[in-house]
Design a protein around this ligand. Structure first.
Ligand SMILES: [Zn+2]
Length: 88
């Protein structure tokens, strides 16, 4: 029997995030970690809002995201709506 050099978790099919290289949980679906997935989604949402007149409700619906997440991104200054230019 071969000596295990790493953790016993290695008996599971260990996978790593395609983007940041972080180890993914064995049961995890997908090839990027939750953080990177979030990041990729955020970029998609940002692009969408830049090029479309959409309310946060429409964005939530389109991307199947909780309204809270979208509002948080907006609050953190990541996103802004075309319609809110006058509020600067
Ligand atoms: Zn990652």
């Amino acid at each position: 029997m071969a000596i295990k050099r790493f953790y016993s978790e290695d008996k599971f099919d260990r996978r790593y995030c395609d983007v940041c290289g972080k180890a993914l949980p064995g049961s995890y679906k997908g090839s990027t970690c939750a953080d990177c997935k979030d990041d990729a989604l955020y970029k998609e949402v940002k692009e969408f809002i830049l090029h479309n007149e959409a309310t946060e409700l429409e964005v939530a619906d389109k991307f199947d995201l909780p309204l809270d997440t979208i509002r948080r991104w907006i609050r953190e200054g990541h996103l802004s709506y075309k319609g809110q230019k006058g509020m600067e």
